[in-house]
Ligand binder design. Structure first.
Ligand code: GNR
Ligand code: NI
Length: 167
């Protein structure tokens, strides 16, 4: 299966607010498989549909060591958050940059799974951070938005230069 292309900052399409998934059918499940392949191939521990220019509220994650525990969240909703945790975050849409970001350390999220059934997740530490990072993508947000303007501009300039060389 062919991985999909991942949009890179500062591509304005990453700023799109995703719409709720309406139907969990075979077509959506095919997209989920392609998202998982794209995430594993990158490699990354999470991927939001937004990063593939698909503006539906859908994300995949796998923080397991052996990359054998995929988690699929459709129409995720943050139910509660607690605590604080600073982690060096990276993003497949901001390749090569890792910067500390502060997030809730424990969250509860309701969503639908790929079979359409309801899921309720209590997550902490890296999983909590990763889910919050992916849910931000669905709202058009990136981890660089939490950094200083100077740092974000520096990252934007460096990435734009690389993108010019690749074009
Ligand atoms: O692969 C990823 N690693 C990561 C590390 C720390 C915090 C968040 C992440 S998510 C990222 C993949 C990605 O860009 N998902 O949107
Ligand atoms: Ni990301």
């Amino acid at each position: 299966m062919v991985p999909l292309e991942i949009l890179e900052f500062p591509d304005p399409r990453l700023r799109t607010t995703a719409k709720p998934v309406k139907e969990i059918d075979g077509k959506l499940n095919k997209l989920i498989d392609r998202m998982l392949v794209t995430m594993y191939e990158a490699p990354g521990i999470g991927l939001a549909a937004t990063q593939l220019n698909i503006h539906q509220r859908l994300l995949v994650l796998d923080i397991s060591e052996h990359k054998d525990s995929p988690l699929v969240l459709i129409n995720p909703v943050l139910v509660s958050e607690e605590g604080e945790l600073e982690t060096a975050e990276g993003c497949l849409s901001v390749p090569g940059f890792y910067e500390p970001v502060s997030r809730a350390s424990q969250i509860q999220v309701d969503a639908l799974g790929r079979d359409g059934g309801p899921i309720s997740i209590e997550a902490e530490d890296l999983l909590a951070v990763c889910i919050q990072h992916e849910m931000d993508h669905l709202d058009g947000k990136l981890f660089v938005d939490y950094l200083s303007t100077a740092k974000r501009q520096m990252i934007r300039k460096k990435l734009q230069k690389l993108q010019r060389l690749q074009a």
